[in-house]
Design a protein around this ligand. Sequence first.
Ligand code: HEM
Length: 267
Amino acid sequence: MKTATLLAAASLATLSFAASDSEASGPPDSLFSGKSGEPADAPNQSGKQDLTDAELKAYDGSDPSKPLYLAINGTIYDVSAGRGFYGPGGHYGHFAGRDATRAWVTECWETEDQLTHDMRGLVEAMFLPKYMDEELSDAADGKAGADSSLGDLKDQAKKLVSKFGRPSRKERKRRREADRPEAEEKLEQALGKWVSFFAAGGKYPTVGKVVREEGWEESAPEPPAVCEEARKKRPIRGGGKLDAIMNMPMQMGGQAGVVQEDDRDEL
Ligand code: HEM
């Protein structure tokens, strides 16, 4: 993306996310909590219209006599003023009539199942750094996951592992724990930009909340894996001795093809 688009959207949102969310729609829900507000009723005590996911579908623009709604992070907005964007045939028409919070962050909307509010697994799939020494170690053991491009390079991986060493299970766990807070923050920021755009942009009135049963995730199927483009955004670190190599400038003999973390946004 489309950095320009994001920047444009962010600049439209003049208030900070926290402030805007509370002003626009009552007490702020924590991001991706799946909180649903009060039971569906139209309108509710605060004059807002809360809808279930199924009810929200009726406002996807296919009936021109109805307003056009979309939801993000559990809050519904009336985007009728943006029918060209969100109406049938519009560039962002797939966001209409649903809470597709996941897709706002991933930018994956090729398949219907990506258009969900379900944020489970996104921190791991897009924001938690991936370590090359772990990838190599797994590839050498034939354990490389679908994510890895090293699966076919078992022999080369073995050689590299004997040179650079293996991260222990304890070390892997330590990394996950140490990296998680920053990864969660990055996810909040990625979503917060869009939430602010709708909550504080002044263009689209808040309609209400999406009503979901408490504990909906227990009976919901696992959300889909993120698309390849989104997976590529995951930060990459060397890990152990590989850190030094990953941080080496290319002209100093850094490995061609190894993406340096600071460069990733530019690719
Ligand atoms: C190839 C990539 C993209 C292009 C060329 C593009 C282009 C545009 C253009 C030309 C506008 C209109 C700006 C204006 O009002 O003058 C726009 C608005 C917008 N774009 Fe994109 N965009 C892209 C990707 C994305 C992605 C990935 C998302 C969301 C995840 C997104 C979300 C939006 C939103 C929410 C608006 C504002 C619409 C409104 O005013 O309600 N765009 N984009």
